[in-house]
Write a protein that binds this ligand. Structure first.
Ligand code: URA
Ligand code: CA
Length: 433
């Protein structure tokens, strides 16, 4: 087989066989196929697409390019959840303890990553003492005991995806549905998920700005899961404005605690109940989605979800008393309100730009080397559709620097008020299974 022939075949719109796809991925991973040929191939896929079968083969070839995590020693069906990007997306912090509290095992491998805020691990590290440096044996033991543990990414998972994603980033080939779908799904499958619940975001703060694109991506991922024997379903949810109120690391931990108590933002709570119900159902802990939802609502009401969070934090060295006293989380030096300049209704809170404002404060990493300030970030006081009076707070800014004119300006530019009444956006657009 020669790479040049396979590039040509894809360029001309033909479908590749399983063997051909494996040849490409193996050759690229071990360095026999150079970046320039892989770039041409990625561009051919960008224009010609891939069939569902090809996309599934590509996914499995990437899974097989490296190590995979064996979760077979964990009792029960392991359901993983994946949200595609987003701003202030606190769902993982809530869903872990929430579904664990009703007996669904959550074996979470998580990362730090780049972005507006840190990844799940960064957020959790704002709890004093909490750490993810646990051995694989300890990880499995903890999931069996507490139904929830989080471990840092270790080992050589999906090296083909790492290499290809970096290449796509510099060759204008990121935005291809088969390439995105296989990239995300390969990582979930390598991490040992039996079943997968996807939360595909749409809107300004999402990868897929348009609803139709989000749906197409969700369909492609569900199709991959189904073809490779992992039950998969997707929810399409709104990311035109940030989810919940808090955007920042310790601030999101506090928001997760509030939500686990039933006192969190309505949109975050609702999305967590919907995603969580599907996780519980796929894990076969409930015989219907309605039953699953009731179980989760009860776990919030009777405090068992919050208890699960405390148990989980303590098991990984964290000071669980932060749950009852969030003032023990890192605190910013300056707390400054951004006041509305006029009366009106909030018409738009541009999610990605608000995320950038949080990053300007130091809540996220611009490069791999940047350090994160866990204490800083934003808490929205108003969301789209809310009425606001001149002088009322739109956002509370948590900062460790006193001079924040740049942040204020970015926020004013991206929180648009209207004199007319505005409808709150739909939270959940669709479900694909
Ligand atoms: N996220 C991924 O992990 N891969 C992609 O290709 C796009 C987003
Ligand atoms: Ca949030």
């Amino acid at each position: 087989m020669r790479m040049v022939d396979l590039i040509e075949k894809k360029r001309d719109g033909e479908a590749l066989t399983k063997e051909e796809i494996q040849f490409i991925i193996q050759g690229y991973t071990n360095g026999e196929i150079p970046d320039y040929q892989m770039s041409a191939f990625a561009m051919a896929v960008f224009f010609q697409g891939m069939t569902a079968e090809e996309t599934a083969e590509l996914t499995m070839a990437m899974v097989q390019s490296g190590e995979t995590i064996d979760l077979s020693k964990i009792d029960g069906i392991k359901v993983d959840k994946h949200s595609t990007g987003g701003v202030g997306d606190t769902t993982t912090l809530v869903l872990g303890p929430l579904v664990a509290s009703v007996g669904v095992p959550v074996a979470k491998m998580s990362g730090r990553g780049l972005g507006h805020t840190g990844g799940t691990i960064d957020k959790l590290e704002s709890v004093p003492g909490f750490h993810v440096e646990i051995s694989n044996e300890e990880f499995i033991e903890l999931v069996n005991k507490n139904k929830l543990a989080v471990v840092g990414q270790s080992g050589n998972l999906t090296p083909a995806d790492k290499k290809l994603y970096a290449l796509r980033d510099v060759t204008a080939t990121v935005n291809s549905i088969p390439l995105i779908a296989s990239s995300i799904m390969s990582k979930k499958i390598a991490a040992g998920a039996d079943a997968i619940v996807l939360d595909v975001k749409t809107g300004a703060g999402a990868f897929m700005k348009e609803l139709d694109d989000a749906k197409a991506l969700a369909k492609a991922m569900v199709e991959i899961g189904t073809r490779v024997g992992r039950q998969t379903m997707a929810i399409i949810s709104d990311m035109s404005q940030p989810l919940g109120y808090a955007i920042g690391n310790a601030l999101e931990v506090k928001e997760a605690i509030d939500t686990l108590k039933g006192e969190g933002p309505e949109d975050l709570q609702e999305l967590c109940l919907v995603l969580g119900s599907h996780m519980v159902y796929l894990a076969k802990k409930a015989s219907s989605l309605e039953e699953a939802r009731h179980m989760l609502e009860r776990a919030i009401e009777d405090g068992s979800a919050l208890e699960a969070f405390k148990r989980f934090l303590a098991a990984q060295g964290g000071d669980a008393s932060v749950v009852d006293d969030p003032s023990k989380l890192p605190q910013a030096k300056y707390v400054i309100d951004l006041e509305a300049k006029e009366d009106g209704y909030v018409a738009e809170i541009v999610a990605d730009e608000i995320g950038t404002a949080a990053m300007l404060l130091g809540a996220g990493r611009a490069t791999k080397e940047s350090t994160i300030d866990l204490a800083v970030g934003l808490v929205l006081r108003k969301k789209v559709g809310d009425a606001v009076k001149k002088g009322e707070s739109l956002v509370t800014i948590y900062s460790n620097r006193e001079q924040i004119d740049d942040v204020k300006q970015k926020l004013y530019e991206n929180i648009r008020l209207s004199s007319e009444r505005v409808q709150a956006p739909t939270l959940i657009y669709d479900k694909i299974s």
